[in-house]
Design a protein around this ligand. Structure first.
Ligand code: ADP
Ligand code: GN1
Ligand code: MG
Length: 363
């Protein structure tokens, strides 16, 4: 149970039957606080997910929850006919006042979801089948949201994937060097500066705005324990208008290398071609019919740029003294940055071959 938050009191604010039993920190996300909470319902333990929204990162939690409510009800209506549909989309549990969120005594915003049982997330990919399943699930997610009715969703974090602005933030962090760490990150700073000219590569293409997830990390899709199917896309805080390629790019970043994001042995970090192929096949299996030719042609570029972008963000946070991403040790953000830049290098070495593969699947 958290020492900081009275999670039991928060859990009781939601329309959950039975007696509160317990709540434990859960998952390995970098931003929000997630708890698995258990209620006894007529003698049966039932799990729920309870999350505190990080309102320093998400400045308007009410707008964010409005997005999530619209998106989950739209998805819910579309999967309603499928078997086991309540495991295929996140289900928000209303609070006693009917709203899908609660504010605690300290001004923290909380929400509760049904716990998706018999499925789990993975921090590192283990097989090409997993890569295929993850990509297909994220593609289906995008596809089901193509006809989300107006109005436009709120931008929960403006310019979230604006790589040139992320680069400007890095330049500022280097200039300020508030934590005195720039000297420790010389090679990484050099690497980033050498890539400045490509940072606008996706924005320059005039690609269509869509409803996208924007955080398609491999551990943001739940894979069914029995079948391995990518059954439910989770972590919907950043669902907002974006480019389809942001989502594909983040899949390449998190699903082609066998290493953990903060792996210190960089020899383990590599863009595994068969994983990329599985991602392309899985993604196009569902997204192939709504993507434009220009979008399909840029799948490799997206992988390179989104990996570079997140590397830049980890480096910026390292230089700023670890104020954004959760860290459990002092150099963790630098380690995370190093794996990203190593992966960019690995993609650069295989870029032509990757592009040829995409074309061969496409045509
Ligand atoms: P963060 O934004 O911190 O990454 P997530 O929404 O991804 O938070 O949740 C963290 C972890 O909690 C996930 O990786 C997943 O393992 C688990 N999780 C989240 N939502 C559910 C759910 N509805 N059912 C079961 N597990 C969940
Ligand atoms: C954060 O919340 P989580 O851990 O799924 C971050 C993503 C980064 C990711 C890097 C809102 O995602 O943008 O790509 O860490 N989320 C936010 O692992 O900044
Ligand atoms: Mg997550």
């Amino acid at each position: 149970m958290s020492k900081e938050h009275n999670v039991g009191a928060v859990a009781r604010q939601f329309q959950i039957f039975g007696e509160f039993v317990d709540a434990k920190p859960y998952g390995s996300g970098h931003i929000n606080d997630t708890y698995c909470t258990v209620f006894h319902q007529a003698g049966v333990p039932v799990r729920y997910i309870l999350q505190r929204i990080n309102h320093h990162v998400f400045k308007n939690p009410v707008a964010l929850m409005e997005n999530i409510q619209r998106v989950t009800s739209h998805l819910g209506a579309q999967v309603a006919g499928e078997p086991d549909f309540s495991r295929r989309v996140l289900t928000l549990i209303p609070a006693h006042d009917g709203r899908p969120w609660q504010v605690d005594a300290n001004g923290n915003y909380w929400r509760a979801y049904l716990f998706i049982e018999r499925a789990r997330t993975y921090d590192a990919v283990e097989s090409t089948e997993q890569a295929f399943q993850a990509a297909r699930a994220f593609a289906k997610f995008q596809k089901l949201l193509v006809d989300l009715p107006a109005p436009r969703l709120h931008d929960t974090i403006p310019d979230f994937h604006h790589t040139p602005k992320r680069f400007m933030a890095l330049e500022q962090a280097i200039a300020l060097d508030v934590a005195g760490r720039a000297i420790l990150a010389n090679p990484e700073i050099e690497f980033a500066l050498a890539h400045k000219s490509i940072t606008s590569g996706l924005l320059d293409l005039g690609l269509p705005e869509r409803v996208t997830h924007n955080d398609t990390k491999f551990n943001n899709v739940m894979l069914d324990d029995a079948t391995g199917e990518g059954i439910c896309v989770i972590d919907l805080d950043t669902v907002m208008p974006g480019l389809a390629l942001y989502d594909f790019g983040d899949m390449v970043r998190t699903t082609t290398s066998p290493a953990q994001e903060d792996e210190q042995d960089l020899s383990k970090v590599t863009m595994q071609f068969p994983m990329f192929e599985a991602l392309v096949r899985g993604y196009l299996a569902s997204a192939g019919d709504f993507l434009t030719g220009a979008e399909k042609e840029c799948l490799t570029l997206a992988g390179k740029l989104i990996t570079l972008e997140i590397g830049i963000r980890f480096l910026t946070d390292y230089l700023a003294g670890d104020t954004y991403f959760k860290v459990h040790r002092s150099d963790q953000n630098l380690d995370r940055c190093r794996t990203q830049f190593k992966l960019v290098e690995s993609i650069e070495k295989q870029e032509e071959k990757m592009n040829r593969l995409v074309l061969s699947i496409e045509h």
